[in-house]
Design a protein around this ligand. Sequence first.
Ligand SMILES: [Zn+2]
Length: 84
Amino acid sequence: MTKMTNFKIGLNEYPWESMRSPEEIREDENHARHLEGSCEGAPCCWECQEQREEAEAANEQKTDAIVESIALMFESIFRARERK
Ligand SMILES: [Zn+2]
């Protein structure tokens, strides 16, 4: 009974199972592990790799924003001094 139920769930989850290549199945398994947090991580897990790249890009943007705000701060200090 349990086995039959499992089989049913399996079919419902992947009705296209027989059409998928081993690579796609591996990607799905990796995706499931990634969601569980038990994946191999970057660079083995492309999703982790993608997240890492996104985080790096976000960090770069953050650094740019900080540099820009410091520049603006200095600019306003210099302007305030010029007015004296
Ligand atoms: Zn991952």
